[in-house]
Design a protein around this ligand. Structure first.
Ligand code: PLP
Length: 443
């Protein structure tokens, strides 16, 4: 099935996705009704257990007892909005900062990845005074469109840059399917030069760059891992053009990549973004997110007379939960587990690649792994329908995985960090059998 056919089918299916007897709930997919979750498992109303390989918000495992306890205790003691200072806020900011390079020393608390990226862009516009944004092909950064514009009551007026920005899209640094299709060390320079071409063109038109924003590893875009050194080179071009570098760690931060706490650190020790955004896993399912930036960027934002207000960002319960998440990652060495199990999973999948022509590429860092299915390894013809079939058949066998990317042909692993080698064995064994069936059918 082509992507167009899939889209059409999805549109038709959407009509069925209003769920509930009287008050309807909108869903864009067929949800499993879950009643409980624990560790890497979710349970439906019949008590059926599902192995969760995709739920990247249950970072330390669903309903981790220490996280639940911290949230419940704090809820019975104090919760309030952002207008008050409280110990958890200070403690959390300190703990977070200890995981980041020294330069990133100012923390803003918000509630979702979208809000974090929205704020990051506003920081960039205020700091640089420039308008244009460079983003990457197939990137996903969230779902909000600015509401400040339509709110007559303003905590501050929007700057000109915030209202008249332009967006430029640079080629995705995808060494497998991207523009250059090579993992040669020069790929980083080739893709970074594309960004430079954009900054040069923008300059020629008399405009200026405010920011380059990228997911440190691209997730919705198909588990894309930029070549090492790419961010550093891009940052140099972007800084020269007057802009800042925003690393979106919403999906991939907090130890998921195993070797490092932050995915941008995979790019090399000398690379430090100007702004980092984070969300999803940091509250282990509880809404919490942050933007961390430099003192210079934050001061420019403040000096514009700006009062930043966000009702729930950094409330005592969120921070208590966030602190417990950080404790559990450390105590249970979940980053180490991500490295070990992620490598184990990748090795198992590499062996499958030798057996299955449908597997075109295996790529991963820690427990962020992608398996790209193709019908032809030379032409890279996407095996979209086959990837969807794998997902469907796994779901029938109570394993939750997703397929994404521009062609919806990349199987995506991003399980809770308590995922085990036994879990990896199980999923790969099932994928092996499903691919065998599919390949037999293809002839
Ligand atoms: N950034 C990335 C990389 C994401 O994957 C997402 C969500 O999937 C977001 C931002 C938006 O986060 P949220 O859905 O919490 O608003």
């Amino acid at each position: 099935m082509s992507v167009e056919e899939l889209e059409k089918k999805k549109t038709i299916d959407l009509r069925k996705k209003y769920i509930g007897p009287s008050c309807k709930i909108f869903f864009s997919h067929d949800p499993i009704k879950i009643v409980q979750a624990k560790g890497q498992y979710m349970y439906d109303e019949k008590g059926q257990r599902y192995l969760d390989c995709i739920n990247n918000v249950a970072h330390v495992g669903h309903c981790h007892p220490e996280v639940v306890k911290a949230g419940a205790e704090q809820m019975g003691f104090l919760n309030t909005n952002t207008r008050f200072l409280h110990d958890n806020l200070v403690l959390y900011a300190q703990r977070l900062q200890a995981t980041l390079p020294d330069k990133l020393s100012v923390c803003y608390f918000v509630n979702s990845g979208s809000e974090a990226n929205d704020l990051a862009l506003r920081l960039a516009w205020h700091y640089t005074g420039n308008k244009d944004i460079i983003t990457l092909e197939n990137a996903y950064h969230g779902h909000v469109s600015s509401l400040i514009d339509i709110s007559p009551y303003k905590f501050h007026q929007l700057s000109d840059a915030e209202q008249n920005q332009f967006v430029h899209v640079a080629p995705s640094p995808d060494v497998y399917r991207g523009k250059y299709r090579t993992d040669h060390p020069d790929a980083a320079t080739a893709y970074a030069d594309d960004v430079k071409d954009i900054t040069d063109n923008v300059h020629k038109k008399g405009r200026k760059i405010a920011a380059f924003i990228a997911e440190s590893l691209q997730s919705c875009g198909g588990q894309v891992i930029p070549p090492a050194g790419y961010f550093q080179q891009v940052a140099e071009h972007v800084h020269k053009a007057g802009g800042v570098f925003i690393a979106d760690e919403v999906q991939v931060g907090f130890g998921r990549v195993g070797s490092h706490f932050w995915a941008f650190q995979l790019q090399g020790d000398d690379f430090v973004p100007d702004i980092v955004t984070m969300g999803k896993p940091i509250g282990n399912g509880h809404p919490m997110s942050c933007v961390v930036t430099t003192r210079e960027v934050a001061e420019a934002f403040m000096s514009s007379g700006m009062e930043y207000f966000n009702t729930f960002g950094g409330n005592p319960v969120s921070c208590a939960i966030g602190l417990a998440v950080l404790d559990v990652i450390e105590k249970e060495d979940l980053q180490g587990n991500a490295l070990h199990v992620g490598q184990y999973l990748t090795n198992l999948l590499e062996k499958q690649k030798e057996k299955h022509p449908l597997i075109g590429d295996i790529r991963g860092r820690g427990l962020f792994v992608g398996v790209e299915l193709v019908k032809d390894r030379e032409k890279l013809t996407p095996a979209t329908a086959e990837a969807q079939e794998v997902i469907y058949k796994l779901k029938e066998q109570h394993i939750l995985l997703s397929a994404d990317g521009p062609h919806r042909n990349v199987l995506k692993f991003k399980p809770p960090l308590c995922f085990t080698t036994e879990d990896a064995d199980l999923v790969v064994e099932k994928i092996d059998l499903i691919l065998k069936e599919l390949e037999e059918a293809l002839g």
